[in-house]
Design a protein. Structure first.
Length: 390
C-alpha cells in the first residue's frame, strides 16, 4: 500500500481549559477522515518561531495576536480565538453577544428581578457577553450591577476575594448573577459560601463554557451556557484545509451560535416572596435525589400539608409533587449529559423508585426516552457523529 504523504498542521491551543480541549477534539475529528493531516499541538502562548519548527502546512491558533497576520502571508492560518470581527485572518468563533442574551433569558425564567455581571469588560469576549446580557435585561425593564474583575487566570483566583465579597453583600437579593467564565463562577460560589450568602436562594449564578470539572466541583454545581467548541474546531479544520488547497480566503469570519444553558443547582431557584414556600423549595432541591415523597417533606419541615399546598400553588402555579417531579427530571437530564449511568443507576441517583417509572415520567415530561435524550445531547456536542458510532 502506497504511503500517504503527511502534512504537519500546527494547532496552538490551551489544553488547560475544557473549551480548548473540545476545540481540539473537533480538529481531530476532521483529521480522522483526512489521513494526510499530522496534528502538532503547540502551547497557546508558544512564540511564533516555535510554530514554524515543524514546517506546518497550516496553523489553527486559539490565541490571536497581530503578528499572526504577517505570518499568514507565508502559511495559511485560521483563528479560533473569540475576537471581534475584522481581525484580518480567516476565523471561526461563537457569538458572545448571544451568550449574554441566553444567560439573561435563563435568569429571567427563574423569576428573578435583580441582576449582576462579573467579568473584565476590558476583555472583548466578556464585553460582548455583558452587552448581550444588559440589552436583554434592559428590554425586560431591568438594570444590571457590574462587578468588574481582571481576566488574569494565571494565579487561579481571578479577583480580590475580599473586595468581591464586599460587593456581593451589597447586591439586592434574590439576584441572578452572570459570570463571564466558569472559572469566575466557580470562585464566586466559594466566596458566597465563605461569607454566608446562599446559592441559589440569595444569588443564583450562571457561567459560560460548561466546563464539566469546574461546574461539578462547584458547591452547588454550576449552571453554564454551552459554547459550540467541537463545531469551532471542526469548522476551523475544514476552513484551513480549503486554504491549503488554494481556495479563496473567506471575506468574513464564521460566527456560530452558542448552545442553550445546562441547568444545574446554582440557578435552581424560583424567586418567591413566601418564605415558607421558599423553605419547601430548598428542601426539594436538597432532597430530590432521595426516594421520598412530599408527605415526608411536610413532616420534616413541620408545616401543615393542606394549607401549604394552597400557598405552593398560589406561588408557583403547580403542586409540591409536580415541583418535586420537575426537579428530578432536571437532575436526570443533567446526569444524562455528565455521566454514563444506565437506567437503574440514573433512577437511583434521581430519587425514582424504579427505572421503568423514571423512563415513563421522563418520556411524559421531555417527550423522548432518556436514551434518546442522551443521544441528542451527543449529536449537539458532536454534529458529525454518525448513527453507526452511537
Amino acid at each position: 500500500m502506497e504511503a500517504i504523504p503527511k502534512r504537519s498542521i500546527g494547532v496552538r491551543i490551551p489544553l488547560s481549559v475544557a473549551h480548548g480541549r473540545i476545540v481540539l477534539e473537533g480538529v481531530l475529528e476532521w483529521a480522522r477522515t483526512h489521513r494526510d493531516w499530522w496534528i502538532s499541538i503547540i502551547n497557546e502562548y508558544a512564540p511564533l518561531d516555535q510554530l514554524k519548527l515543524s514546517s506546518p502546512a497550516g496553523i489553527i491558533s486559539f490565541v490571536y495576536e497581530p503578528e499572526l497576520r504577517a505570518l499568514a502571508s507565508e502559511i495559511p492560518i485560521v483563528s479560533a480565538a473569540n475576537t471581534p470581527l475584522g481581525v484580518g485572518l480567516p476565523a471561526v468563533y461563537f457569538d458572545d453577544f448571544a451568550v449574554g442574551q441566553l444567560a439573561a433569558e435563563h435568569l429571567l425564567s427563574c423569576g428573578l428581578r435583580n441582576f449582576a455581571f462579573v467579568g473584565s469588560v476590558a476583555s472583548p469576549d466578556a464585553a460582548q457577553r455583558f452587552a448581550g446580557f444588559q440589552q436583554r435585561l434592559k428590554a425586560a425593564g431591568h438594570s444590571v450591577h457590574l462587578l468588574d474583575c481582571e481576566k488574569t487566570f494565571g494565579g487561579w483566583v481571578p479577583f480580590d476575594q475580599e473586595h468581591i465579597a464586599d460587593q456581593l453583600k451589597l447586591l439586592p437579593t434574590p439576584c441572578g448573577l452572570f459570570a463571564a467564565w466558569d472559572l469566575i463562577a466557580y470562585h464566586l460560589t466559594r466566596v458566597c459560601e465563605a461569607v454566608g450568602i446562599q446559592v441559589p436562594e440569595q444569588i443564583a449564578i450562571i457561567g459560560v463554557d460548561n466546563d464539566p470539572v469546574l461546574c461539578n466541583a462547584s458547591k452547588p454545581p454550576l449552571s453554564s451556557v454551552r459554547v459550540p467548541s467541537f463545531e469551532i474546531g471542526y469548522r476551523a479544520a475544514e476552513m484551513l484545509a480549503a486554504l491549503i488547497a488554494g481556495g479563496p480566503v473567506p471575506e468574513e469570519p464564521l460566527l456560530l451560535a452558542p448552545l442553550s444553558p445546562v441547568v444545574r443547582m446554582s440557578t435552581e431557584v424560583i424567586a418567591v416572596p413566601d418564605e415558607k414556600v421558599a423553605q419547601a423549595l430548598r428542601y426539594i432541591r436538597e432532597h430530590a435525589h432521595e426516594c421520598a415523597g412530599v408527605s415526608q417533606m411536610w413532616e420534616a419541615l413541620g408545616i401543615p400539608r393542606k394549607a401549604m399546598e394552597l400557598r405552593f400553588r398560589r406561588a408557583l402555579g403547580r403542586s409540591a409533587l409536580q415541583e418535586l417531579t420537575r426537579m428530578r427530571i432536571e437532575r436526570a437530564k443533567q446526569l444524562l449529559l455528565d455521566t454514563s449511568y444506565n437506567s437503574e443507576e440514573l433512577a437511583h441517583a434521581c430519587g425514582f423508585a424504579t427505572a421503568s417509572y423514571m423512563i415513563s415520567l421522563f418520556r411524559k415530561h421531555v417527550g423522548v426516552t432518556p436514551t434518546t435524550y442522551r443521544e441528542s445531547l451527543r449529536r449537539v456536542a458532536d454534529p458529525h457523529l454518525s448513527e453507526s458510532r452511537l
